[in-house]
Write a protein that binds this ligand. Structure first.
Ligand SMILES: [Mg+2]
Length: 328
């Protein structure tokens, strides 16, 4: 029963029956289903700012497959003069590449409404920590672009230039910069032993800030059933450096509050008129709860109604089968 997803065109009555079959009474009572025209209108009237997660909400979690009709839903919000902010834990992509991706999915967004955690980390380091010196970056080109945009010099992107070695005499010759003020860790396809050595050495100085884009996502399956493989994600890279240095980073990404502080640096947010739409109970519904805004769980991504039943403390304000359903 739990593996069944709700059909997009299931009637409101049937959706309620399905919810009833999966959720216990207490959780069910606190969730509002947004599945009929009246409830959609009330939902839209209730908020001025709609914050969206991207993967699993605007497209499937494979990052490729579009969700039919999502462009019409976004355009409907735009026609109602709603402010739409995109808030994603993906540290690989920069805002300009996300902007192009939105265009390819049939909707547009100004750059200032997009908050990848690479950008939020750059804003946090520059504007909240007031760092003006160099950043040692364990991350990719998208994160370097974001640091460049806020005027922060960074080193470390790409393959490390020192030859890997387990000989301590070689390790002591690894080239280090003597003016690193912050270490920033995000997704890095060139992650390596050398980078762990260097990052953990920099942050062994307590004056050096230690920031990570996110920590929840540690690994995932990729590929189809006939060629399914595992790949590591940012949380694994952050953990390796954190454990080596015996130091805990400040995490920028959802569900932590830093991302919200960065958003509020750029936009006036009225919490009571803001809703977060996401597919992850832990990252998205957790973020909304932490920062004190309403939330809507969509069932087009990682979390299901079964997960909701198992995590009653993360119960959202609303459940929407698919955000495209707001266009009736
Ligand atoms: Mg997501």
């Amino acid at each position: 029963m739990f593996s069944k997803s709700i059909s997009r065109h299931m009637t409101y009555k049937n959706v309620r029956r399905y919810f009833n079959s999966v959720l216990n009474n207490e959780t069910l009572a606190s969730v509002i289903s947004v599945e009929c025209k009246d409830s959609i209108d009330r939902f839209l009237d209730r908020y001025d700012t709609f914050m969206f997660d991207c993967d699993g909400v605007l497209w499937r979690n494979d990052h490729i497959t579009p969700i039919p009709g999502i462009n019409n839903a976004i355009q409907k919000l735009q026609s109602l003069n709603k402010r739409i902010l995109y808030v994603t834990n993906n540290s690989i992509v920069s805002r300009d590449s996300l902007q192009r991706k939105f265009h390819s999915h049939g909707f547009e967004s100004p750059l200032e409404n997009i908050f990848g955690n690479g950008y939020s980390a750059a804003v946090f380091i520059k504007e909240l920590l007031k760092v003006s010196g160099k950043v040692y970056l364990v991350g990719g080109a998208g994160m370097k672009w974001e640091l460049d945009q806020v005027g922060l010099e960074s080193v470390g992107m790409g393959s490390d230039s020192d030859t890997p070695s387990s000989d301590v005499n070689d390790l002591l010759k690894y080239r280090l910069h003597d003016d690193i003020e912050a270490v920033l860790v995000g997704f890095d396809e060139h992650f390596s032993f050398n980078k762990i050595c260097k990052a953990s050495t920099y942050i062994s100085n307590p004056q050096c800030h230690f920031i990570a884009t996110n920590s929840i996502e540690k690994g995932t399956f990729i590929g189809q059933a006939d060629n399914r493989r595992r790949m590591p994600l940012t949380g694994m890279m952050v953990n390796a450096i954190s454990e080596t240095a015996n130091r805990i980073p400040v995490i920028v990404g959802k569900p932590n509050t830093v991302m919200f502080e960065c958003i509020k640096k750029k936009h006036d947010i009225d919490n009571s008129r803001t809703v977060f739409i996401g597919d992850s109970l832990k990252a998205d519904m957790g973020f909304a709860k932490t920062v004190g805004i309403d939330s809507a769980l969509v069932l087009t991504g990682v979390s299901s109604l079964k997960d909701l039943r198992d995590c009653p403390d993360l119960t959202p304000t609303y459940v929407i089968n698919c955000f495209a359903d707001i266009v009736t």
